[in-house]
Structure formats: structure tokens, C-alpha cells
Design a protein around this ligand. Structure first.
Ligand code: TTJ
Length: 648
């Protein structure tokens, strides 16, 4: 039976006022992340409508005044009068906290997490909000504003009743809101962040067209995302710069105990595993029960085939899960009720029932897939790759034993190049990984040796993404880093042995430097991930220019900063451009880049590191075209431009 959705279905739970008092409780924070959360709150409503088959297009418009419009072509928010509240559904949706059919699970399929706190929260944190609903040939509008009363700021109150503005041929909901600049650190939304998320939502919600229009710049720009293949398209996109070992993406889906799962898998010739998982369209970067269930099933199904075909005669039992995930790119999307998040960043699914559901769905579907006569070639390629991975793992184990013995027997033979610090407190000690011997030399002389250790890196460390563990361990640069940090790597990693609180990467601001940074980040991402999630990895920023006038010296870390400094100090200055860290003397390097009082360092987030991995794939991968493309797009071969522009 199809139930119709009416104004009465909207449950009224509590008033609005609390939201402005404690925005963090509703949207996490008032930083850029919280600001964007407002948008996702509204977009989620459109997605729900589309996921239920009533809308096909969702458009986000960034307006010149920093207001944002979200529009769908769904059924429209109810305009009827609510029985007990005696006001239209629209007004309830934007003024009553937790009002909205989402919490009445008869109409909406899924909701979860911070997502789904409701459109009223968005209204409460906006200067104003306008809702326009086109339904049954009529167009309705209602506007809400925040206002001051006796010096107190009141949250979005209706300034008009829901009004019919005439007839329309259209259908759907359009919401425009201006985030409140008294609440948020900034109210400028980031186009790249939005574009990336809309693209992800378009992959996760097959067939929904997502449009992003930016009217804030002189020229209006627009991008749209529309994937009829859903997760299959997603995996193809992720593997764009890699080489797949089988042509077709494996697609599985099923439902158990009210938990729906969709999975897409494709193996490439790389040695790493890239699994992206979601629950109700929310990324679960820390994985969780759904990923565990998936992995268990893959290991079990593939090991059965290995056993049946008698493919592996290794000594220490069968193949491990990791053997079967080498080179695997997979996306897992789960939809379920009452989701619970755990973990450091609350991005790990905790519901135990998801594990059983995924294990059951994936076991059954994957088994079917590989029993199909058409898929035997794919099965063979995957099993061969896994068997090979197991053999290499054995070799790596031996290599590791050797490394470990070396470390324990000879103390620190691998850290010969390391200039360690004299202080013994890991809570304050810092390790600088410095590109090149000459910058390394300056850093050693310029540092505060009490708490700063220097490790110069000669040449490029090898690409951690392309190499297997045994090859990474064979590389001297990486071995030195590993011994210096003291934590061990991979499954032996133990953060309590970390000898430095901050690990700061200092590389030149050129293409090579970017490459070294990306390689190091990929290495940490792959083999020492907790260093990143616990906030121990940093990028050090060195100045690009030195501006001198008489005895006065200032440093610029960007072209914009250079312009500002030059403007400030007036005529008669000289500019020195640093082509690399090596051009700075020890005092300058200390003053600008290492002294905690003056320096700028950026903490690396797990997203940065994941991005770095993609960059490494592009720069080092086999697909020459995309490498050329990247270098053409980003390499700045003509540094003269900035000087020309300034007339220097
Ligand atoms: C309302 O009752 C009729 C069936 O559809 C129900 C509904 O709520 N539809 C709906 C809400 N479509 N789109 C929305 C919506 C879209 C945006 C952009 C923002 C909000 C708050 C709701």
C-alpha cells in the first residue's frame, strides 16, 4: 500500500531556540565544516525525495550574496495545515526542531548521524530563509528571518504566512538561505568541497542529476554530475588512472534484515587496496562492521575457490584477507536504520547487525558471480594475483625479520644521517624530514637541538604506492624514517613507541617537492595511518620570497603575500626569490620555517593523505596521458609571471 504523506505526518518534538545557543550540538561546529553542514542538511531532503523516486534533479546555486539555493523537482514540502499545530507543513519543517517526515520512518527510508537534524536547524542558523514550493499547479512561498528583540537575537521566525503566489507548471521545492555571519567563522561556501560531495552523491544515487552553479564570480559557472551506472561508474572513476586486470566492474547487491547493500569491485595491477564505504550516503572513512562483513565474505568465498582448484600450497595455512585485497578497488554503500558511529572521528559504523548482513549478501552474491561461466577468466586473474600476493608476503615477512633483527642488534645503524635532538621527551620532540642534503645541512645548523631532530632525504624516496612492503623495506630512505620514528610499521605499528610528537615534512615549493611530499604522505597513509589520524604529520611552509629594504626584511609565503608586503613597504625594496630550501642559510631557515614562534605548519588530515595517494598514482602510474595532463595543469614553469604582473 502506498501511503500518502500529509502535513499530519510531521511529528512535532521541540522548539528551535536551543540551536543558536549551541550550534555545535546540531551541526558539529561553526567552522567551514559546520557551514557546509547546513547545505548538506537541505540537500539531504532533496536526495531523500529522489531516492524514493519522486525527484530526478537537484540543483545547488551559490548566490552572489553568499546565500545558497537548493532546488529539487520532487513532490514539494506539504502545504496543508497540520491538524494539531494548525500551521502549514512548510512552516513546521522550518520552525520545529526534528519536524520532518524523516523521523517518521513510514515515509522516508533512512536517516542517520548528524545528517538529518532537520531543515529547522538550517533556518535557526540563517539570517533569512525562503521556501518556495510548487505543488498541484500552485506556487507557494514563505520567508523566515532572524531578528533582534531587546538586544537578543531570535531564530528564524516566519515573516509571512505561507502564501500562494499563483499558478505554476513546475513541481518541487526550492529553499534559499543566508548562513548567519554572527554564528559562522565564514559564510563563504567552498565550491570544490561542494562539487566533490555532489559528485559523490551522484555516484551513490544512480540516475540522480546533481547540478552546481556558482554565481558569485563574474562569470557564472556550472557543473553537473549524472551517473546512470552508480557505483559501477564510481569504481571506474577511481580506477581511471590505474590499470584494471579485468574489464568489467563486479557489482553485487542485496537486502537482509532491512539492511540494503550495494557493492562494486574491480582489481587493478597496483599493490594496494582502496575501499571506500558509506552508510546512508555518509562516508565511513574508518570503516566499521559493514566493511568487516564484506572483507570476511570475500576472503571466505575466494579461499573456497583457491582450495577447490588447489592453487596454493603455502606452508602457513591459506591465503589471508589482505592477499585477496591487493589491488582491489571497491565501493560499499549500505542503507539502514538507527546507524551508530564510533571511532576517533566518529566515521566508523558500529552496528553489529551490518556485519552479518554484509557477510551474508556478499557471500551469496560473489559466489554466484564467480560460478557464472562468463566470469571464469576474471576469477582466474583475481586468484592468480592473490596467490602471488601470498608468495610476496612470505618474502616480505623474511625481509622484515631481517630488518627487525638489525634494529635490535645494532642499535640504530639505519639512522646514520639522522641528527637527533638532545631532549628525551617524545611529547615535545620534532622530526624534520628535509628534502636534499644542502637544506638538511642548513636545518641541522639552524635548529634548536634540544627538541628538533633533522633527517635529510636524498633524492626521491621510492613510491610507496607502487611497491610492496618488502620493496618499501628495502629502500634506505624509508628504513631510516621507520627506525627514526620507532613505531614499527603496518601490523607491527605501535604509536606508544613514537619518539616525536610532530613529524614535519620540509620540501621545496616546486614540482619535485610536491612529489616528495605526496610520496611521504602516501607512505604514512599506507603503513603508519594512525600517525595521520592522531595529528602527528605536518607540512612545513618555507617562504617563497625575501623582501628587503634597508635593514628591514620580510618573508612572503605566497604570491599574494608578496604583493601585500611590497605595497606596504613602498619603493626601494629588493626581492629575492628562493628557488629551494637549500638557498636559505641556517639562520633564515630557523627564523622563517623552523622556529615555532614564527613558522607556519599545516596538520595533514586523512583526506589530504588520501588525495596525495591519488596524486602519486597520477604522477607515478602507468597512464602517461593523465600524468602529462596533471603536469600541464599544475606545474608552474613560468614563475616570472608574478614579477611581470607587479612590474618588477
Ligand atoms: C511532502 O509531502 C508530499 C510528498 O513529498 C514530501 C516532501 O517532503 N517532499 C519534499 C521535500 N521534496 N523535497 C523536499 C525538500 C527539498 C529541499 C531542497 C529542502 C527541503 C527542506 C525539503
Amino acid at each position: 500500500m502506498t501511503r500518502t504523506y500529509e502535513a499530519n505526518d510531521i511529528q512535532v518534538l521541540e522548539g528551535l531556540d536551543a540551536v543558536r545557543m549551541r550550534p555545535g550540538m546540531y551541526i558539529g561546529s561553526t567552522s567551514a565544516r559546520g557551514l557546509h553542514h547546513l547545505l548538506w542538511e537541505i540537500v539531504d531532503n532533496g536526495i531523500d525525495e529522489a531516492a524514493n523516486g519522486y525527484a530526478s534533479t537537484i540543483e545547488v546555486v551559490l548566490n552572489k550574496d553568499n546565500s545558497v539555493t537548493v532546488k529539487d523537482d520532487g513532490r514539494g514540502i506539504p502545504v496543508g495545515i497540520h491538524d494539531t499545530m494548525k500551521v502549514p507543513g512548510v512552516q513546521l519543517v522550518f520552525t520545529q526542531l526534528h519536524a520532518g517526515g524523516k523521523f517518521n520512518t513510514n515515509n522516508y527510508n533512512y536517516s542517520g548521524g548528524l545528517h538529518g537534524v532537520g531543515a529547522a536547524v538550517v533556518n535557526a542558523l540563517s539570517r533569512w530563509l525562503e521556501a518556495e514550493v510548487h505543488v498541484d499547479g500552485k506556487k507557494y512561498m514563505q520567508r523566515f528571518e532572524s531578528y533582534e528583540e531587546k538586544g537578543k537575537i531570535m531564530a528564524g521566525k516566519p515573516v509571512s504566512q505561507l502564501t500562494c503566489l499563483g499558478s505554476t507548471d513546475l513541481q518541487g521545492t526550492m529553499v534559499t538561505f543566508l548562513p548567519d555571519d554572527r554564528i559562522f567563522e565564514s559564510i563563504q561556501m567552498n565550491k570544490d568541497v561542494i562539487s566533490k560531495r555532489l559528485k559523490e552523491l551522484a555516484f551513490l544515487n544512480k540516475g540522480i542529476k546533481m547540478i552546481l552553479t556558482d554565481k558569485r564570480t563574474e562569470k557564472t559557472t556550472s557543473v553537473s554530475f549524472h551517473y546512470t551506472g552508480g557505483l559501477i561508474d564510481f569504481v571506474e572513476y577511481l580506477n581511471e588512472d590505474k590499470s584494471a586486470i579485468h574489464p568489467e566492474v563486479i557489482y553485487l547487491e542485496g537486502e537482509r534484515d532491512d539492511i540494503r547493500a550495494q557493492i562494486a569491485i574491480q582489481y587493478t595491477d597496483s599493490y594496494t587496496e582502496s575501499i571506500f564505504s558509506y552508510v546512508n550516503s555518509i562516508p565511513t572513512s574508518e570503516g566499521g562492521t559493514h566493511e568487516t562483513g564484506f572483507k570476511t565474505a570475500v576472503t571466505k568465498v575466494l579461499n573456497d575457490f583457491v582450495r577447490k582448484q588447489n592453487l596454493y600450497k603455502g606452508k602457513n595455512g591459506g591465503l589471508t584477507g589482505e592477499d585477496f585485497r591487493e589491488g582491489m578497488t571497491a565501493v560499499i554503500a549500505v542503507n539502514m536504520h538507527n546507524i551508530q558511529f564510533e571511532g576517533q572521528t566518529k566515521t566508523k559504523l558500529g552496528n553489529t547487525e551490518a556485519r552479518a548482513a554484509l557477510e551474508s549478501i556478499v557471500s551469496e552474491q560473489l559466489q554466484n558471480y564467480f560460478e557464472n561461466i562468463d566470469n571464469q577468466q576474471t576469477l582466474k586473474l583475481i586468484l592468480d594475483k592473490a596467490v602471488n600476493a601470498a608468495k610476496v608476503r612470505e618474502a616480505a615477512r623474511k625481509a622484515k625479520d631481517i630488518t627487525r633483527k638489525k634494529n635490535s642488534l645494532e642499535g640504530a645503524p639505519l639512522v646514520g644521517k639522522l641528527a637527533s635532538c638532545t631532549g628525551r621527551d617524545p611529547k615535545i620532540n620534532e622530526l624534520f624530514l628535509v628534502e636534499g642534503d644542502s637544506a638538511g645541512g642548513s636545518a641541522k645548523q639552524g635548529r634548536d637541538r634540544q627538541f628538533q631532530a633533522i633527517l635529510p632525504l636524498r633524492g626521491k624516496p621510492l613510491n610507496a604506492e607502487k611497491k610492496r612492503l618488502d620493496q618499501v623495506l628495502a629502500n634506505e630512505e624509508f628504513r631510516t624514517i621507520i627506525s627514526a620514528l620507532g613505531t614499527g610499521i603496518d601490523e607491527d605499528f605501535n604509536i606508544s613507541n613514537l619518539k616525536y610528537n610532530k613529524v614535519i615534512i620540509l620540501a621545496d615549493a616546486d614540482q619535485d617537492g610536491a612529489h616528495i611530499r605526496a610520496i611521504l604522505l602516501t607512505f604514512f597513509f599506507r603503513y603508519m595511518k594512525p600517525l595521520i589520524t592522531h595529528g602527528h604529520i605536518f607540512i612545513g611552509l618555507a617562504p617563497l620570497y625575501k623582501v628587503s629594504k634597508g635593514s628591514r626584511t620580510e618573508y612572503a609565503y605566497s604570491d599574494d603575500e608578496l604583493k601585500a608586503i611590497v605595497k606596504k613597504i613602498g619603493k626601494g625594496y629588493t626581492i629575492q626569490r628562493y628557488k629551494g630550501l637549500g638557498e636559505m642559510n641556517p639562520e633564515q631557515l630557523w627564523e622563517t620555517t623552523m622556529n615555532p614562534a614564527n613558522r607556519s605548519i599545516i596538520e595533514v588530515s586523512i583526506e589530504d593523505a588520501a588525495e596525495a595517494e591519488k596524486l602519486v598514482t597520477i604522477l607515478m602510474g602507468d597512464k602517461i596521458d593523465s600524468r602529462r595532463q596533471y603536469i600541464t595543469n599544475y606545474a608552474n614553469f613560468n614563475k616570472k609571471d608574478i614579477f611581470q604582473e607587479m612590474g618588477v
